[in-house]
Design a protein around this ligand. Structure first.
Ligand code: DGL
Length: 262
């Protein structure tokens, strides 16, 4: 079984890509909705939640843990790799492919404030985008829109336009938060033709598949189960909209780990 977690519904975009790659794997998706959004939280709190979620997934049978969240990866991937007894897959905004794709030398990265402020993001830009202008755009309101299942509304569109106005010349947009791929069709209506939109979910799924092969992950029945630390009745309609079909969802309580490990 592959365990996947995010602060909320964003990681479903990663689960979709994993599902396409590994249709026979059982998937357990954990939405830490009671603590969503992660983006504006202090780094120690994000680490604590990420560790609690990772441990919960392992305790419930995950052979691989996928951090389907750029913010949690930036804050906690090393911690989880040190602490959990199974392989951990993380993710980061697709700055490297964006630099390869830009013709104007201008790239916008839509992400959370946590990702943008992180040391990992700084090093990523330093390593791959030194000769390119990078516009980091913190878009917490778009996370809220996806959590509300508002993938096509005029209000969501106006928020996208407001953010993109800060980087009018960018010809590549990086979806640096897993909440944003479900907004891709709407984002496409907000940009000029020819603007490239980069989503790293397929790369995360490819890495998950490589690890599954390395550990001889068994072929299973392709079951999907979703749990949330929030209120399942409240979350189910948006989950249905983001996934495109109903999925079984139940509630769980996951206490923070008692010790904050730095
Ligand atoms: N989906 C998350 C990410 O990829 C975080 C959104 C949030 O909780 O702020 O960064």
């Amino acid at each position: 079984m592959i365990g996947i977690f995010d602060s909320g519904l964003g990681g479903l975009s990663v689960m979709r890509a994993i599902r396409e790659r590994l249709p026979a794997a059982d998937l357990l998706y954990l939405a830490d909705s009671a603590y969503c959004p992660y983006g504006p939280r202090p780094i120690d709190e994000i680490r604590d939640r990420a560790l609690a979620c990772g441990r919960w997934l392992v305790d419930h049978g995950a052979h691989i843990v996928v951090i389907a969240c750029n913010t949690a990866t930036a804050a906690a991937v090393e911690l989880l790799r040190r602490t959990l007894p199974v392989p951990v897959v993380g993710m980061e905004p697709g700055v490297k492919p964006a630099v390869a794709a830009t013709r104007r030398g201008k790239v916008a990265v839509l992400a959370t404030s946590g990702t943008i402020a992180s040391e990992r993001f700084r090093s990523l830009v330093h390593a791959y985008a030194a000769d390119v202008e990078v516009y980091p755009l913190a878009c917490p309101d778009l996370v809220e829109q996806v959590e509300a299942g508002e993938l096509t509304s005029e209000h969501t569109r106006s928020l996208i336009l407001k953010h993109l106005a800060s980087a009018p010349e960018a010809d590549v947009l990086v979806l640096g938060c897993t909440h944003f791929p479900p907004l891709k069709p709407l984002i496409e209506t907000c940009v000029e033709p020819g603007v490239v939109i980069i989503d790293t979910s397929p790369a995360v799924a490819a890495q998950t598949a490589r690890i599954a092969q390395q550990i001889n992950h068994p072929s299973e029945s392709g079951n999907i189960r979703c749990v949330t630390t929030g209120d399942p009745a409240q979350i189910a309609p948006a989950l249905h909209r983001v996934w495109g079909a109903p999925l079984p969802l139940s509630g769980v309580q996951i206490e923070a780990t008692d010790v904050i490990i730095k």
